[in-house]
Design a protein around this ligand. Structure first.
Ligand code: MEV
Length: 443
């Protein structure tokens, strides 16, 4: 560890200067430098592009770019790109996608595409007068944003409404302009934030011009998009009859499977501890598509979990219905996704992901990502209520351990065969590998 001197001007240094400085904090600066450099892209132009996505970039951090084949959504078969480091997620999604491919696939419905942004302010003047004059103010707010909204309006979007909200019961004077927006194929955060900052300028000017209001009667606190977009939401579902699920798990009838699956989802609907893990399983699929398509997974995460708590109690995002002999599994997921702007035109792999998906609209992408989430959720709950989760997980985990212990390629199958009916752990694999002389024994 270096001394505690503050580092000035780090961002102004060149990448190599930064690397030199940073690696001094590592116990073995030379080898750290070599590893960092080994992850630089061989093409200098691409490397520069990657570096410019962020600040203080010193190297790249690769994650696996994987494919979930056979993802049938609204009758289209997709090869869905998924960027994720967790070994079992893509296998689970692919498994599920293949199962549902022959049973009608996933069907999606867009429930809404409304985005939200707010100007939070403190109001010390007459509230009723503000309410009374709000229709005129609203018209002005929209009009004075025209330079920003013109292009979006041409594409069919823009500001859809502005409401005045009163939060004075929470904090004296606290109110907000609650704006709703249609941002078509863009995620919309930049567009919305620009509109909101213009709202604030117009609002202040308008306030100053009304003679009944005082000089300090309006204080703008902040203008910011909301990542909670409950009305920008997609529903995805799969459905089939019980007999179509006979023996999906060996020896288990479709009817019995459906009953246990239903109970598995009821647990998540009833208990926030289980719901959190259940929804995490959905987000495994969703986030990996969101990442592969250059979208903001933090926004998607924040939104989905806030939405899962909308009743005041955190609950499952997916639900099961059993009617007669019919099984229907669905989820509703709110997202703000974009297929234009942001990284979409800049990152070569993001571009490729979107091309691979047939250049979908933002709403199509919502449907695909939500369906992958539901596919993952189906696999997870299916295993949990039947054979347990560890069987599948450990199979993938074993592959990682084999890699980690550097088991020779030509002996891996034998080791995998040996662990077919045994509990996998790093030490169990190491012991076997030592016994079979696949690796050197530890002292
Ligand atoms: C692991 O990443 C996800 C699961 O825990 C989800 C679930 O429990 O439903 C398997």
């Amino acid at each position: 560890m270096k001394d505690k001197k503050i580092v000035h001007g780090f961002s102004k240094k060149s990448r190599d200067e930064k690397l030199g400085l940073v690696t001094e904090y590592h116990p073995d600066p030379l080898s750290a430098l070599a590893v960092f450099k080994s992850f630089h892209h061989p093409d200098a132009k691409t490397q520069k592009l990657l570096e410019e996505f962020s600040e203080n970039t010193i190297t790249n951090f690769p994650l696996p770019y994987c494919i979930c084949p056979n993802m049938l959504v609204n009758g289209h078969s997709y090869m869905v790109p998924m960027v994720i480091e967790e070994s079992s997620v893509v296998a689970a999604a692919s498994n599920s996608a293949k199962f549902w491919f022959t049973r009608g696939g996933f069907t999606t419905e867009i429930i809404g595409t409304e985005k939200v942004g707010q100007v939070h302010f403190i109001w010390k003047d007459d509230k009723s007068l503000l309410r009374e004059r709000f229709p005129a103010l609203k018209e002005l707010l929209i009009k004075e944003c025209f330079d920003i909204t013109e292009n979006m309006i041409k594409r069919g979007g823009g500001i859809t409404d502005i409401e005045l909200k009163d939060l004075t019961d929470k904090e004296p004077g606290l109110m907000q302009l609650y704006g709703t927006f249609e941002t078509i194929d863009s995620m919309g955060a930049n567009f919305i934030n620009s509109c909101l900052e213009q709202f604030a300028v117009t609002f202040k000017k308008w306030h100053a011009a009304q003679k009944e209001f005082s000089k300090d009667g309006l204080e703008i606190i902040m203008c910011i998009v909301s990542n909670l977009t409950p009305n920008c939401r997609v529903r995805t579902y799969v459905e089939t009859t019980f007999d179509q699920m006979d023996n999906m798990i060996k020896g288990v009838s479709g009817k019995e499977f459906a009953r246990r699956f239903y109970l598995g989802v009821r647990v998540a609907e009833s208990d926030p501890f289980r719901a959190t893990t259940h929804n995490k399983g959905i987000m495994n699929g969703v986030d990996s598509v969101v990442l592969a398509t250059g979208n903001d997974f933090r926004a998607v995460e924040a939104c989905s979990h806030a939405y899962a708590s909308r009743s005041g109690k955190y609950t499952s995002l997916s639900h099961v219905e059993l009617t007669g002999t019919k099984f229907r599994f669905s989820a509703e997921i709110p997202f703000a996704l974009g297929v234009v702007g942001g990284l979409t035109n800049l990152h070569p792999l993001v571009r490729l992901s979107l091309e691979l998906l047939g250049n979908p609209s933002a709403t199509e992408l919502m449907g695909i990502a939500a369906s992958v989430g539901l596919a993952n959720n189906f696999s997870a709950v299916k295993n949990l209520v039947t054979v347990g989760i560890q069987q599948g997980h450990m199979k993938m985990h074993l592959l990682n351990i084999l890699q980690q212990l550097k088991i020779p390629e030509n002996r891996k199958e034998e080791v995998i065969g040996y662990f077919k009916d045994k509990v996998v752990s790093v030490s169990a694999v190491r012991n076997l590998a030592e016994k079979w002389h696949l690796i050197e024994a530890e002292n």
